[in-house]
Design a protein around this ligand. Structure first.
Ligand code: SAM
Length: 233
């Protein structure tokens, strides 16, 4: 399970990685949402707890990975008031089957994990689970996939006597898909204590592709800050 290689590193690197930017740009996109929000790919809950602070809405936090979900539930457990308001859905986005449509859907740093076929099947499913007039908001990076590049250190973080480091290389890429290798290393000085590798594919559809898919599923684009796309039904 690749998840269990990267999971111990997740909050160490993301709490100060993409999360501050999301916490700045996402709240205005959720203005007026009061009843219900679905967060797709909630991960360890770094954004989930913020959503709970910005809105009074009931939250459905969908997360297929048992490891990520474990950290998410632990985070919620530390905030008893949130246990009443957040339901954790333990399956993937295509399996979505809510009792009633939600007012808003949020998907932060998840698009890269969805292969093109899965993604095309997902939009119509989301359209059936969103209220008329509801909004779908997700992070999206323009420019297509990165070009192949050699292994380099992305970041490192000190935990007691140990240094946690993530390195990555892009092995190959085409118009939308790229294959990347990640090394997750724990070291003490020059001594490597553990080093594990993940090799996998990721996806960065260009704007025309993503717009074509969403428009076909009945969505219309609305204004969003850089790094986000927002859609209404
Ligand atoms: C980079 S993490 C982002 C987590 C969280 N949104 C955040 O910003 O911290 C990507 C998450 O998407 C989830 N994911 C991957 N494929 C998914 C799918 N098909 N449906 C729902 N979630 C998925 C992963 O399990 C992972 O937790």
């Amino acid at each position: 399970m690749t998840d269990f290689v990267s999971l111990p590193f997740y909050d160490l690197f993301h709490e100060n990685g993409h999360v501050p930017g999301i916490r700045e740009k996402l709240p205005p996109l959720l203005t007026g949402v009061r009843r219900s929000i679905l967060e797709i790919g909630a991960g360890t809950g770094l954004i989930t707890t913020s959503i709970a602070e910005w809105t009074p809405a009931e939250i459905f936090a969908l997360e297929p990975s048992a490891g990520m979900r474990g950290v998410l539930l632990s985070r919620l457990n530390a905030r008893p008031e949130l246990l009443k308001r957040v339901t954790v859905l333990p399956y993937d986005a295509l399996s979505l089957d809510l009792a009633e449509p939600v007012e808003a859907m949020v998907m932060i740093n998840v698009l890269y994990a969805l292969d093109p076929d899965y993604r095309k099947r997902l939009w119509p499913v989301l359209a059936t689970q969103l209220e008329p007039g509801g909004r779908l908001v997700f992070t999206w990076r323009d420019g297509g996939p990165p070009a192949p590049s050699p292994l380099k250190e992305l970041e490192s973080c000190q935990v007691g006597r140990h240094t946690y480091t993530i390195l990555s290389e892009t092995i190959e890429s085409d118009e939308e898909t790229y294959k990347a290798r990640y090394l997750y290393r724990v070291s003490e000085g020059d001594k490597v204590i553990s080093e594990e590798e993940i090799v996998g594919h990721a996806y960065r559809p260009v704007r025309d592709v993503i717009e074509g898919e969403l428009v076909s599923a009945g969505f219309a684009r609305t204004d969003a800050p850089d790094g986000f796309l927002a859609w209404g039904l």
